[in-house]
Write a protein that binds this ligand. Structure first.
Ligand code: ZN
Ligand code: ZN
Length: 402
């Protein structure tokens, strides 16, 4: 049996960039070690979730790790909360939230002028009502997450975001009798929040600066965290995750992974790549399966910066030489969780390169690791196929039949 390092370069897939002579960031990058790994393995293209789906990092990671998102993806609220670093517990109900501006009883801006620095508001909205704790955390600009923690909560309730301007902000309603208690508590929370936000010093300052106040918090995307069968039981492997991104750490945590700390790892483009890879190799002593997520490629894609994306790939390449020395006892898998082309600035449904590198398996003829070269490789798969292939190449798969 072999141990596994699964390196996911987030949003790795790209499209041609004029700035890079019509090459993808991978094609343009100097990547000798990725190419050596590809030469020592079998490659192909992987479609996240399914062909042509514009997967999010959450749905794609679930799928790659063998958890069908159709079954385990319970809405954006819980995953948004995980992404903000809130540790969810079974039974919690989580929402995505927006700070908005209400004037004369109507919503006039659903994003409160893309307000920022709302942490002080979120801190003051945290409370406990009828035995239910409300955890509120600000995200980027007007975004936030709200988590309800306590007994007898239901996510079968309506949103309070009217989704249009010039409509009054809404109260929530129960969609089934069992949700009445939850709806009542949320509406008390909304009343309390409106009072606090109306008189808040932060908003008085915005008003006096001629800016829109963030005097309403609107809730949507209610969901409960999914009960995920532990990875360790599903695959009989001790698993660890190395990621500086709260969303990925949150998903790994749900699946029972140990989230490792790494000095200098920050989930940004200036993270400490060397320490991350060293930590992954070291973790092979203790764990059977190590998931590494590097976020910089996705960030550069969203920011439409091909040079930066190329540079992130080159920085990763420059530190992964130790992988090449472990091919006797380790299966190295490299892929992305979706494409984030710099020319598009967001996730697309394009397939991403994938490689399975280890000694003793059949190699295909692919010698370069990029979108086009691997298209003549062995595999055309979806993310649902990754774990079964990993289990087979690591000699861990259970026989199907006699
Ligand atoms: Zn992603
Ligand atoms: Zn992204």
């Amino acid at each position: 049996m072999k141990n596994i390092i699964l390196l996911i370069m987030d949003g790795l897939g790209d499209r041609p960039n004029v700035e890079l002579g019509n090459k993808t960031a991978l094609q343009a990058a100097d990547r000798p070690n990725l190419n050596r790994l590809a030469s020592n393995g079998t490659t192909g293209l992987m479609s996240p979730v399914s062909f042509g789906i514009r997967a999010g990092s959450d749905t794609s990671h679930l799928s790659i790790l063998g958890y069908d998102p159709l079954k385990y993806y319970t809405g954006r609220g819980p995953f948004e909360a995980l992404g903000l670093g809130i540790e969810l517990k079974p039974g919690d109900v989580a929402f995505r939230a927006n700070y908005a501006t209400v004037k004369g009883g109507k919503v006039i801006d659903r994003r409160a002028g893309r307000v920022h620095g709302t942490d002080v508001l979120s801190a003051d909205l945290e409370t406990e009502i009828d035995g239910i704790r409300f955890i509120v955390k600000s995200g980027v600009e007007h975004r936030a997450a709200v988590v309800m923690r306590g007994y007898n909560l239901s996510d079968k309730i309506t949103e309070t975001d009217p989704h249009t301007v010039n409509s009054p902000p809404e109260y929530t309603r129960a969609l089934e009798p069992e949700a009445e208690f939850t709806a009542t508590v949320i509406n008390k929370f909304l009343d309390r929040s409106r009072k606090i936000l109306q008189d808040h010093e932060f908003n008085r300052k915005l008003n006096s600066d001629g800016k829109l106040p963030a005097n309403e918090i609107m809730l949507r995307g209610a969901g409960k965290i999914p009960a995920i069968p532990p990875f360790q039981e599903k695959y009989s492997m001790r698993a660890a995750c190395i990621s500086g991104t709260p969303l990925i750490r949150g998903i790994a945590g749900l699946a029972g992974f140990t989230n490792l700390k790494v000095e200098g790892m920050n989930g940004r483009v200036d993270t400490n790549y060397k320490n991350i890879i060293s930590a992954a190799v070291k973790a092979l002593d203790t764990y059977d399966f190590i998931l590494v997520n590097i976020k910089g490629t996705d960030i550069a894609g969203h920011d439409r910066k091909p040079e930066l994306k190329k540079s992130v790939i080159e920085q990763v390449d420059s530190v992964i030489a130790p992988f090449l020395e472990r091919l006797d006892d380790t299966l190295i898998v490299v892929t992305g969780d979706h494409s984030t082309p710099c020319s598009y600035g967001d996730h697309t449904g394009d397939p991403v390169p994938v490689m399975f590198a280890t000694n003793g398996i059949i190699n295909d003829d692919v010698r370069y690791f990029d979108e086009l070269s691997v298209s003549s490789g062995y595999y055309k798969i979806t993310s649902n196929d990754i774990m079964p292939i990993i289990m087979s190449y690591s000699d861990r798969a259970v026989k199907y039949g006699a």
